[in-house]
Design a protein around this ligand. Sequence first.
Ligand SMILES: Cc1cc2nc3c(=O)[nH]c(=O)nc-3n(C[C@H](O)[C@H](O)[C@H](O)COP(=O)(O)O)c2cc1C
Length: 316
Amino acid sequence: MKLFLAPIQGMTIACYRNAFARHFGSIDAYYAPFIGLSETKKISNLLLKDLLPERNDSSINVVPQLLGNDGVLFKNLAYAISAMGYNEINWNIGCPYPMVTGRKRGAGILPYPDMIKKFLDTACSDNSYKVSIKMRLGLKDPEEGLHVMEVLNEYPLCGVIVHARTGEQMYTGQVDLDAFKTLATSCKHEITYNGDISTYDNYLHINSCLPTVKNIMLGRGALSDPFLPSRIKGHNIPSEDKISIIRDFHDDIFNYYQTQLSGDKHLSDKMKELWDYLQVHICMDKRLLKKIKKCHNSSQYTELVNQLFDSAVWIE
Ligand SMILES: Cc1cc2nc3c(=O)[nH]c(=O)nc-3n(C[C@H](O)[C@H](O)[C@H](O)COP(=O)(O)O)c2cc1C
């Protein structure tokens, strides 16, 4: 089983990916959050900062992701990124936000297979990189994904990742395993399942429902339980060691943001996002967590976090 870490905008940036690899590992590729294609944006170090070699541990496999519907812009940016040493570039046709879909980008392009074909004609015409796709079952209806797959099958893609929801479902409601199975059966490329694997039991369930699927992408589940990938790969970390590993991971992220963000408010807002995930498996004094989430002062934050970790217990 190959495991991929899902891109989560604002969270799984380079420092997070590096720290995740260092403390938890068991991920075969880390998909970076999308970079939007735009005519006006110059290809600069600022645009590509999350992918710069100096920010990314060279021992981990990172896949950059682009979002947009213009094949020429994709090709130009993908070429520039490939020159930085990346050989797979992922195209995001799964983003469900109305501001994106309304412009026929992300999942908004799924009802238009002809646009996808036109895009891929250009995007796949450069041999300096390989293209993979991250998609949803459809925008409104899984039938849409089947028409898209007929188009995808005509191109030399290096993989198709499917989040088993429609765009309209956003991130809620049930994943549709039957629709995923139908889509996976029609796909000629290496397929990856994504969606709602948040526990080892969820993983076992998906594995038994989809026995032919050999690649899995983990998102929110791995952010809440970063030990999940290693458990899936058969390495069991003793529960009593987990809090101290999470603490080291947290400290790496905190130290990074402390050097990057100006002002304690930005820093604490960022750390709050991390806690939204980490709190799931940590049994703690909830009053401390509340104080951490309200705190706008970094030395007070550190004190509260130390108190929390000193008394916390990992819950499987
Ligand atoms: C806050 C947030 C940001 C996300 N950002 C991206 C992104 O940049 N690119 C992308 O392809 N998917 C993005 N996703 C979707 C995830 O990669 C993943 O497909 C989705 O969360 C379902 O998997 P999960 O249930 O394992 O989390 C995002 C999801 C969330 C919740």
